[in-house]
Design a protein around this ligand. Structure first.
Ligand SMILES: [Zn+2]
Length: 216
């Protein structure tokens, strides 16, 4: 859904489509041998208030956003990011998270409005990486509200309903479901239905998965 604004023959930036929701698929930058590998990364609006959600956060996400949107608009998007969903723990789906979490408070510091920290929906083990990064590089442990997949996936967990409601309220959703999908041990798919009626399904890297189909 690439929508590029042209001035003469010069590319001057990305123009969002007028209708909501929109989804922007960027790419991951990574080196494998001498090749540059581009893999999916996505941004979607969650309602009409220019608010955003990141669906996975691969290597080079921040740089991809700056390349595509420009620094000023990237700061706006990051400042209005309500949630980040990490589907599983392969590096190409979460290594970009650290620079994103570093950048978000900086955008908010430039913004006069008081904004909530983004929700981070992710496998519990991701906290180990965040703790290591916070210890050795920069403390980002207070820059998000963590919601582990394991709680949302466990129908018997006492905190599940409260956390589901928290996410639904924050993202203006009428329905939210996570389900285990067929990839790594802690892989989750996401189905969400917005107050405005649209529905979004995100499956990460799953094989064809009956559980996800039923959740939709
Ligand atoms: Zn994977």
């Amino acid at each position: 859904m690439c929508n590029r604004a042209l001035k003469g023959s010069r590319w001057v930036g990305y123009t969002f489509p007028p209708s909501l929701p929109y989804k922007v698929q960027l790419g991951r930058e990574g080196l494998r041998g001498r090749e540059i590998i581009i893999e999916p990364f996505k941004v979607t609006s969650t309602d009409g208030q220019n608010e955003y959600m990141l669906l996975d956060c691969g290597e080079g996400t921040l740089h991809q956003m700056i390349t595509m949107f420009g620094r000023e608009r990237t700061n706006l998007i990051l400042g209005q990011t309500k949630a980040i969903f990490v589907s599983h723990l392969h590096f190409d789906h979460h290594v970009g998270l650290f620079s994103i979490l570093r950048a978000i408070p900086e955008t908010r510091a430039q913004d006069s409005g008081v904004r909530q920290r983004p929700l981070l929906l992710a496998p519990y083990f991701l906290l180990n990486w965040i703790r290591l990064y916070s210890k050795h590089v920069l403390n980002i442990s207070q820059d998000f509200e963590f919601i582990p997949h394991s709680v949302l996936l466990n129908a018997n967990h006492t905190a599940r309903e409260g956390l589901l409601q928290q996410v639904k309220t924050r993202l203006c959703l009428t329905d939210l479901q996570l389900c285990q999908v067929l990839h790594t041990k802690s892989s989750a798919g996401l189905v969400m239905q917005h107050n405005d009626g649209w529905k979004l399904v995100y499956s990460g890297d799953t094989m064809p998965c009956e559980t996800l189909v039923k959740a939709v």
